[in-house]
Ligand binder design. Structure first.
Ligand SMILES: Cc1ncc(COP(=O)(O)O)c(C=O)c1O
Length: 441
């Protein structure tokens, strides 16, 4: 484990902070399950553009980008200015203000199906309200979801039998099983079906078959179930209309998060006016859903969201980031094949790593030839190890599983990342940290 030893030696301050954190944060010192590294992650001090620095003074090319929220890169001047200008005028009014209307108008101009808009503190809250509204609107209780699709950690959004979860009425079925989908929906018991934009895990680590996602929409309509497309990652990352816009989809409800607020915490629920009308007060005996939330439409968040949406609304940022993604796939896959490594890169502006038994070609749109969950998620353990090797080469990734791109990246950044990737795989294999074939989940 020569490189891991080198990593530990060259990150003494991060090691010290990790040891301090172990006394406070029960999840092995981390504040998010995705921030748990083995042996420990770097503790960051500052970030700018496509770079991030740690307490040991090491610089990394940044491919994590705030869990995908920072398509504009770190510290984009328009976002910094918007937040600075607003914070001097008040960060939280606890009252209505014009910025919330302006942000909603921008969002409605970008999402064709957005007739009404509701703001939340984060993406999962928007999904939770989507479920409640659908139940109220349909008079039904059950929730249909797909394997590996991630929508947050609340009871109805995680695996139904996860520890500590009370979530009666949630059914999770395999993706791409049209028969199972129809059998469930035909029971007439489902209030809502949720799908993740792009596919399971961060814009499509396991991508959707286009025909299947369209079948979800048409079958949900046929059986009176509300269809929610969760674009918390893909909304405004894949284009001004999100992934749904690229695919020409017409979901009843759409949720947004991450990029929509320019890196500030927020969630958005949008969709049909009749369904969203469940939030409208009505005289008794009719009922309606009151929505509270201290942080809803917080002025500094709205200011950042407005600045971000203005930059994202004509699609040029997303086109550039997608071009960088295509460049990375091309250069990366050429280099990996040349060395005979059974690793591949795929995806659009979030580039996923694949480690598996098959040698495959990625299509023009960035899709792998298979949607097999086991195959696409194989080797997660090895990818996490690779993430540490990449750190030692100055590359900060989503723990080796993905490279999240932003407008701040250059082709030179990507060339360096590809070079580091092939070197890191070679070193990890030489150290015995990674074998010839992946471990299964
Ligand atoms: C597809 C998807 N939906 C919902 C969420 C939850 O968003 P948040 O972390 O803002 O609550 C995430 C978070 O990564 C996500 O990837």
């Amino acid at each position: 484990m020569a490189i891991i030893d080198e990593y530990v030696k060259s990150h003494p301050k991060s090691k010290e902070l990790h040891e301090r954190a172990l006394d406070h944060f029960a999840a092995r010192g981390a504040t998010h399950v995705g921030r748990m590294w083995e042996p420990f992650g770097p503790y960051m001090t500052h970030a700018q553009g496509s770079r991030i620095w740690d307490v040991d003074g090491r610089e990394y090319i940044e491919f994590r980008n705030g869990h995908g929220a920072l398509i504009l890169g770190h510290g984009h001047p328009a976002i910094v200015k918007a937040i600075q200008d607003q914070v001097t005028k008040g960060s939280l009014y606890g009252a209505s203000h014009e910025l919330e209307i302006e942000w909603a108008e921008l969002i409605k101009g970008m999402v064709p199906t957005a007739e009404r808009v509701e703001f939340f503190a984060c993406g999962q809250e928007a999904n939770m309200m989507g479920i409640r509204i659908a139940r109220a609107f349909t008079g039904r209780r059950k929730v249909l979801r797909f394997e590996e699709n991630f929508h947050g950690w609340a009871d109805e959004l995680v695996a139904p039998h996860a520890l500590g979860v009370v979530s009666s009425g949630v059914r999770v079925i395999p993706a791409h099983d049209v028969q199972a989908l129809e059998e469930e929906l035909a029971t007439g018991q489902y209030a809502i079906v949720l799908t993740e934009g792009g596919g399971a895990h961060m814009a499509g680590q396991v991508p959707w078959e286009p025909g299947f996602i369209r079948a979800v929409g048409s079958m949900a309509k046929r059986y009176g179930t509300i269809w929610l497309l969760d674009e918390v990652v893909t909304g405004f990352r894949d284009g001004p209309g999100g992934w749904g816009g690229l695919m020409g989809l017409q979901p009843d409800l759409t949720t947004l998060g991450k990029c929509v607020a320019g890196g500030m915490p927020a969630g958005v629920l949008t969709g049909r006016a009749d369904i969203m009308g469940m939030l409208t007060p009505r005289p008794p005996p009719q009922r309606w859903i009151p929505h509270s939330g201290t942080w809803n439409a917080m002025p500094i968040v709205c200011a950042a969201g407005i600045a971000a949406c203005k930059l994202l609304k004509d699609g040029s940022v997303q086109r550039r980031v997608n071009e960088l993604g295509a460049y990375m796939r091309g250069a990366g896959n050429r280099a990996l094949k040349q060395r005979g490594y059974n690793w591949r890169l795929y995806g659009r502006s979030i580039i996923h790593t694949y480690f598996g038994p098959v040698d495959f070609e990625v299509d023009e749109a960035g899709n792998p030839p298979t949607r097999d969950i086991e195959m696409m998620l194989a080797g997660t353990e090895e990818k996490h190890k690779l993430g540490v090797y990449l750190l030692q080469h100055g590359i900060h990734t989503h723990q080796g599983t993905m490279f999240i791109l932003s407008i701040a990246h250059t082709k030179e950044d990507i060339d360096k990342a590809v070079d580091a990737l092939v070197k890191a795989i070679g070193e990890a294999m030489a150290d015995g940290a990674i074998g010839e074939s992946p471990s299964l989940r």
